[in-house]
Ligand binder design. Sequence first.
Ligand code: FAD
Length: 359
Amino acid sequence: MNIGIAGAGALGRLLTYLLTRQGHCVSVFDPAEGPQGRGAAGWTAAGMLTPTAELECADMGVFNYGVRSLDLWSQIIPALPGQVSFSRGGSLLLAHRHDSGAAQRTVSLLAQKAPQAYKPVGLPLSELAQLEPDIHGPAMAWMLPHEGLLNSVETMQGLYEGAAGARWHWGQRITRIESGLLASDSEAWEFDHVFDVRGLGQRLPDAPDLGNEISCRNVRGVRGEIFWLHAPGVRLGRPVRLLHPRHRVYVVPRRGDIIVVGASEIESEDRSPVSLRSAVELLAAAHSMMPALSEARIVHSETNLRPALVDNLPRIEQEPGLTRINGLFRHGWLIAPAIAEQALAQAFTTDPQTGATAA
Ligand SMILES: Cc1cc2nc3c(=O)[nH]c(=O)nc-3n(C[C@H](O)[C@H](O)[C@H](O)COP(=O)(O)OP(=O)(O)OC[C@H]3O[C@@H](n4cnc5c(N)ncnc54)[C@H](O)[C@@H]3O)c2cc1C
């Protein structure tokens, strides 16, 4: 089939990769100047694949998408060209002694919501020291054994390079989408089926107030800020979250002695550089659990907007010839493969009455 995709972010690249592998002819449109253009939230993400930890603010639907996606990523990522880091070594939750009340409440909530095999497991400090020798200071630790991590920058690149034969139209802002049609202000293209995965770009152009309507078009941006630290010699094997009463803080290891520290979550669409307050809070919290970071160099900081719907949940909208997906919010990498799997199955399902495909 001849398929058009508006948006070359996390979801757009994954759909392109999957559809080209199925033999479809895929054209992708994005306002970025080229494949490395950094508008998409997908570039900025830390890449944590943590379904249980996300239950603090998500529902079982997101959890189930996350569990399924971990299996799908473990098939997709090894087949991508280039080096794309992916691990499933679990993640850690840590808390300082003075925050233990709030931390235990969070852990109890996760334990109530998660199925047995996914519940947090208390970790004695002696075992923590063996697993992560550069963590010092926290008084309590829990392992979430089934969680994982991918490198979002490498995955964006790998999905792009792996989508053999796709036609990439950079510098093209799609302003009108209808069944089987994508159009910019100056050109239009026809397809058998189109996918609208523009994230924040799905908002209706004249921005009418849609109130609390849950729709892919009623999307808002939630600001997130992260840091990259260059920390040669500092050992970190898996993603770690500090359960802090005021901030959500995590540290994540990357290739090349990089440790990513994130992330603020602010109800604002301001894309300006990282604020002093976020820098102080995030980096102080990271240092409080990994004192060895004190000599790390801050090599990069980045701000981006997470695309969120009114209920902060993901959404797939289908109509003949058109699929919209949005609302991947703070867990886009966690859930993208399962969302894509479901959307593709729905889009190309044969109608048992008429025998026609939905696309
Ligand atoms: C600081 C931060 C940390 C995060 N950490 C994690 C994490 O650890 N784990 C996790 O799972 N998720 C994380 N996320 C969330 C994740 O990045 C998003 O959920 C995901 O990127 C959403 O994917 P998307 O394809 O819907 O949107 P995006 O990745 O934002 O892509 C949207 C694309 O649409 C394009 N576009 C916009 N307008 C148009 C237009 N008019 N025409 C054509 N194209 C258009 C944009 O240029 C962009 O390329 C994080 C996000 C942030 C900001």
